[in-house]
Design a protein around this ligand. Sequence first.
Ligand code: HEM
Length: 205
Amino acid sequence: MTEDQVRDELLSLTSTGYETIGDALAWTLYLLARHPDVEAKVLDEVSAVLGGGEPAAEDLGKLTYTRQVLNESMRLYPPTWIFVRMALGPDTLPSGAPVAAGHKLYLSQYVVHRHPRYFPEPERFDPGRFTAEAMSAHPRFSYFPFGGGQRLCIGEQFAVLEMQAVLSQLLPAFRFELAAETVEPRPAITLRPKRGLAMVVQKRG
Ligand code: HEM
């Protein structure tokens, strides 16, 4: 790569790939703190796959339950919670609503991911929704934390690897307890906890 290409790659990584992953990990720690049964299953899987060691790239693909947990976390708290497309020409939506050239169409992961038609009892945190079998039954674009089509996130695979690697090292070493009574989402450019996420972190014995 030329120096310019290296600079461009670094810029993409820091501007698009830092806050999104930070948000997804924060929400995942929040959900795990509220669901100790799920956290215990993640710890069991990490221990079975890594045996207390650090992950190699091929190990991360074996952390299937951890992946389900991340998917369910990004369903409830999608870091990219909305994005926009502009119509190139006139069209009609499946609902019959007309679209004129230049109209903006807002697509919200937060809204679609919580629609009971696609995810029954949408407020319930249930990583079981993301077994390979359950996922193949989802209609296309009922779940799209990384967008889709031509502008699909280029960092999707990298982000998942990074999040699995971080969780596989953090969770066995530390216990995260919620220190705040309520944690509300704040829909800015990404979906962050409104006043940050206060947690008590204890080293596991
Ligand atoms: C949990 C982490 C991440 C989430 C939720 C996320 C989400 C998204 C979404 C929804 C889009 C599509 C936006 C649109 O269609 O308008 C997108 C695009 C993009 N993402 Fe990510 N992203 C994540 C991590 C990353 C990482 C780690 C990188 C860099 C390595 C990255 C780089 C990009 C780039 C460059 C695009 C634009 C692609 C294009 O327009 O062709 N993202 N991301």
